[in-house]
Design a protein around this ligand. Structure first.
Ligand code: GRF
Length: 203
């Protein structure tokens, strides 16, 4: 299982994936991290883990298709078999999805299908839900849609700020993303995949 990670920002989910691999909780390797934002923290993290890094600045491409062609080329050059979008803030094209059929995954900070798109945590607070969470799903063309692989729920507590709720959700993201990759790629039973990873926070 050779992963390519697409990330735009902080990269804490990338870090969680690396930690799970290091602990042999996820039998995989990350062959390349692709980032669209110069200076994103995920690039520093990738350097620390000595993972090849490729910056594909979307501002230097004329279209989504052109960017995705470059992404596909880069993934192929690094012999990637599965793609994990981890805080990837660009809409993807059908070309990318078709290049890795059923092998492009995403994580989103809501219990999909509620609150797709930007500011999902704010959307949840605005709606007044008492349960929030995160979802790992197969990627389809519509933003934050596609078959769900794994979810985790967290309570919304009285007076929660976006930052507080986001932090509670992220703890769960870091558990379920490696587990969901294992489930999708290796067909691990959900119970075992979660049990392997549920012991302690991964990062
Ligand atoms: C996560 O909340 C993820 O659900 C969303 O973007 C955020 C990325 O966080 N898609 P990080 O960059 O992995 O820390």
């Amino acid at each position: 299982l050779s992963l390519g990670v697409l990330a735009s920002g902080n990269g804490s989910n990338f870090e969680a994936i690396m930690t799970a691999i290091e602990r042999s909780a996820l039998k995989a390797q990350v062959n390349v991290v692709i980032c669209n934002n110069p200076g994103a923290k995920v690039m520093e993290r990738a350097e620390r883990w000595q993972i090849p890094r490729v910056l594909l600045n979307h501002r230097e491409f004329t279209s989504r298709e052109a960017l995705d062609q470059a992404i596909i080329r880069t993934l192929n050059q690094h012999d990637v078999t599965w793609v994990a979008m981890a805080g990837w803030m660009r809409r993807v094209t059908q070309q990318l999805i078709d290049a890795f059929p059923d092998r492009v995954l995403n994580i989103h900070p809501s219990l999909l299908p509620s609150f797709p798109g930007l500011h999902a945590v704010q959307q949840a607070l605005d709606a007044g839900v008492t349960l929030a969470g995160c979802t790992v799903h197969h990627v389809e063309l519509a933003v934050d849609s596609g078959p769900i692989i794994m979810q985790a729920a967290v309570p919304v507590l009285a007076g929660d700020t976006v930052e507080q709720l986001q932090a509670r959700i992220q703890v769960q993201e870091h558990h379920i993303y490696p587990a969901a990759i294992a489930l999708a790629a290796h067909g691990d039973s959900r119970k075992n995949a979660v049990a392997d990873l549920a012991g302690e926070p991964l990062c």
